[in-house]
Design a protein around this ligand. Structure first.
Ligand SMILES: [Zn+2]
Length: 133
């Protein structure tokens, strides 16, 4: 398995977990004000329906929480390197979490999708496949 077939590639490029070519989000720029959180309902390349069941992406909140904790832990370590100050840590961590919130949102959804959906090398028949498998 090479990098392009790995889940890491799908997560890093925010691409469809099944075909790795279709993009998950409508706008590739996460900082575009309108529609930064809008996803395609189905993959534009293989037709995979992303929301497997109603409320599927609520589980991505747990992934987002984990990413936020990892970010805050990294901020603690950085603050320890420069001499820990609670006020500087609090301000830098809050600003960092706000600035990176769109990225945390997107990567948490990509990670969550990749937990449940496997990569398929062959191109699926779009007319027959509608749901993730
Ligand atoms: Zn796809």
């Amino acid at each position: 398995m090479n990098y392009k077939e790995s889940k890491l590639y799908s997560i890093a490029t925010l691409s469809c977990p099944r075909c790795h070519t279709g993009h998950l989000f409508i706008n590739k720029n996460p900082y575009k004000i309108s529609g930064w959180d809008k996803m395609h309902t189905d993959c534009t390349q293989c037709g995979l329906h992303y929301e497997r069941e109603p409320g599927f992406f609520q589980g991505a909140m747990y992934v987002s929480y984990g990413l936020g904790v990892a970010f805050s832990t990294a901020m603690v370590l950085i603050n320890l390197l420069i001499g820990f100050d609670v006020f500087i840590f609090f301000v830098s961590n809050t600003i960092g979490l706000i600035v990176f919130a769109p990225l945390l949102f997107r990567y948490s959804r990509a990670i969550y999708l990749n937990v449940f959906i496997k990569y398929r090398k062959e191109k699926p028949d779009v007319s027959k496949i509608n749901l993730a498998s």
